[in-house]
Write a protein that binds this ligand. Structure first.
Ligand code: BDR
Ligand code: CA
Length: 311
């Protein structure tokens, strides 16, 4: 039996690989893809999602455009990380495709009714669309079985500021709304990506050598990210935050250690904007509002990736 997934994404290079994992996996039925501005402006992210869907041969999966800007703050993209087009600036034909007429927030609400109690929501970008869905229908969280969020950092080593992870930093007010909503949240932070989802050059070459169009696509679009990782985040290769989050959404056993914690996000401070504070020692008397993944199975993740791009 397949499980219904709705994916929310600011589609750029690692989001695209996460989409490939879900769109090719036999256990998953992707009900819809909602797009949000984040890594790149909304229109570009929509085109990147449409291109990826097409490459997977999944024209049957609708792509819905969502929010073009965060709830309160101006949009700051990450084109320095992913390339001007968000997909490594390879010159791919990333234009001219048409998304569904229903907007991403509406599509998510409809999916939550159609698959009430069964839906897995996977968020790969800023949480703006999800916050808007909660605002439009406060009963929405009750109908979602799991919400897997790629975001935050359990060790507070950030990738956009010293302490913040990009998706949380981009729209902290949306994070606040989501944390308070009652959604059953599972956080896969950037620390998990740094520790378990770095693809070193030799491994990247081996994966690319699988030789399928999907293998070449998934590796080649990491070109600009690889430079960012070498110079800024100082990793031994490029990392794949959204794909490792997606792999845990697809196969929860890839999360080999988790903790239930109370989380709060900083929305005001310039220094710590978007920092998700995790109350490990239970200083606050507030009950846990999220599960945080603290260790993951790297080889399980790489195997899932290999299977997806071998198709
Ligand atoms: C997250 O930020 C984005 O740049 C990536 O796509 C990922 O969702 C990692 O911090
Ligand atoms: Ca993303």
């Amino acid at each position: 039996m397949t499980r219904p997934f709705f994916i929310d994404t600011d589609t750029a290079s690692d989001d695209a690989v996460a989409l490939v994992l879900a769109l090719t996996h036999p256990d998953v039925e992707v009900i819809g893809i909602g797009v949000v501005a984040g890594n790149v402006p909304l229109d570009m992210a929509v085109q990147n999602a449409l291109y990826t869907r097409e490459l997977c041969g999944r024209l049957d999966v609708p792509v819905h455009a969502g929010e073009a800007a965060p709830l309160q703050l101006p949009l700051t993209t990450a084109q320095n990380v992913h390339g001007g087009d968000g997909m490594g600036d390879l010159g791919l034909p990333l234009s001219g495709r048409t998304p569904d007429t229903i907007d991403a927030v509406e599509a998510l609400l409809v999916a939550s009714h159609d698959h009430a109690g069964e839906l897995t929501l996977v968020t790969l970008g800023p949480l703006t669309n999800i916050a808007r869905a909660i605002e439009r229908d406060p009963s929405f969280p009750d109908r979602v079985a799991r919400t897997v969020v790629m975001g935050a950092v359990a060790d507070h080593i950030g990738n956009v500021t010293p302490v913040a992870e990009f998706n949380m930093w981009a729209d902290p007010h949306a994070v606040e709304a989501v944390l308070d909503s009652g959604l059953a949240l599972e956080f896969v932070g950037w620390d998990i990506s740094r520790f378990y989802a770095v693809v070193e050059p030799e491994q990247a070459a081996a994966l690319r050598n699988i030789g399928t169009p999907l293998a070449e696509f998934c590796i080649d679009i990491q070109r600009v990210v690889a430079q960012f990782c070498a110079t800024t985040t100082k990793l031994a290769g490029f990392d794949l935050p959204d794909p490792i989050a997606m792999s845990i959404a697809i196969d929860p056993s890839i999360a080999i250690e988790t903790r239930r914690l109370h989380l709060e996000v900083e929305t005001e401070s310039e220094l710590t904007r978007g920092m998700v504070v995790m109350d490990v020692l239970e200083y606050s008397d507030r009950p846990p509002n999220a599960v945080v993944v603290t260790r993951a199975d790297r080889s399980g993740f790489i195997e899932m990736l290999r299977a997806a791009i071998s198709a």
